[in-house]
Design a protein around this ligand. Structure first.
Ligand SMILES: Nc1ncnc2c1ncn2[C@@H]1O[C@H](COP(=O)(O)OP(=O)(O)OP(=O)(O)O)[C@@H](O)[C@H]1O
Ligand SMILES: [Mg+2]
Length: 255
């Protein structure tokens, strides 16, 4: 693997020399990306290319920066040094001040939070799922069609009129996924998606991830769950240098 940890600008291309099919388009490109919460460096000189259609599993210790990297991909935190480009366009504090640019990024990169409560705020499940499409400026008829499709696809028709805050954890997770699905993004960022799910919901979610993959969507999944990782990863991105699984393509960043 072409990776020189001493050189912060060494790009990580898991497609090169790792037996993965060559893909033609880099969708998310981090170049020497640095970010600190207050004074504490959290993402250090991250250089990483994710190609359209990749299924990437992010692994690393607690506090190693996985969730922060997903936030950066979704335009929720920004480079303090270096850069992040989405589909060729720089995502920065300045570019995100342009409301139409920010809206487009949020539509194209969906982020399913680890804690569904942080994502759900509407009075009903229907409104919640309609929120993104309405923000996109779609007409009410199209919004209704998307809500119907999504509720059917993820099997939450019976929850449509319920208040999101009064749902169970697994039901909330499905609704949170529905909120992103209704915007039909190119990229799905999942933060610990299986946490707290029962065996049936877990099986459903694994099937759903495969459907997204088959549809050519780009998946970035932060997880500590090795069986989920083995199930969906084209390759692993490890935050830091420790890992014990060597049988798939992998790169190390944030060392
Ligand atoms: N909002 C915040 N304000 C200040 N520090 C933060 C904030 N969010 C995260 N951090 C810190 O940044 C570091 C990286 O956190 P992050 O949540 O990205 O890690 P993680 O790899 O997702 O961990 P985990 O496996 O526990 O989910 C941690 O040291 C954490 O304490
Ligand atoms: Mg996390």
């Amino acid at each position: 693997m072409a990776h020189d940890a001493t050189h912060p600008k060494a790009f990580h291309h898991p497609h090169e020399g790792c037996g993965l099919p060559e893909r033609d388009r880099v969708l998310m490109s981090f170049d020497d990306f640095c970010f600190a919460y207050e004074e504490r460096p959290t993402l250090r000189h991250v250089s990483l290319d994710v190609y359209a259609g990749d299924s990437v599993v992010l692994m690393g210790d607690n506090g190693s920066g996985k969730s922060t990297l997903l936030k950066a991909m979704s335009g929720l935190v920004f480079a303090q040094r270096g850069s992040y480009r989405f589909d060729g366009e720089e995502v920065s504090e300045a570019s995100m001040r342009d409301a139409s640019f920010a809206k487009r990024l949020h539509q194209r990169v969906g982020f399913i939070f680890q804690d569904s409560d942080a994502q759900l705020f509407c009075a009903s499940v229907e409104d919640e799922i309609a929120f993104g499409p309405r923000q996109m400026g779609l007409g009410e008829e199209e919004v209704r069609r998307r809500v119907d499709d999504v509720c059917r696809m993820i099997g939450i028709d019976e929850l449509r009129g319920r208040a999101p805050w009064a749902l169970s954890g697994g039901e909330k997770k499905k609704v949170a996924i529905g909120c992103i699905l209704s915007m039909n993004p190119d990229v799905y960022c999942f933060d610990e998606p299986l946490n707290g799910l029962d065996a049936r919901t877990r099986a459903w979610l694994l099937g759903f991830l495969h459907q997204l993959k088959d549809a050519g969507k780009t998946l970035v999944i932060a997880t500590h769950d090795q069986s989920l990782a083995d199930e969906v990863a084209d390759y692993f991105v490890y935050m830091g240098d420790f890992h014990e699984y060597g049988d798939r393509p992998h790169v190390h960043i944030n060392q």
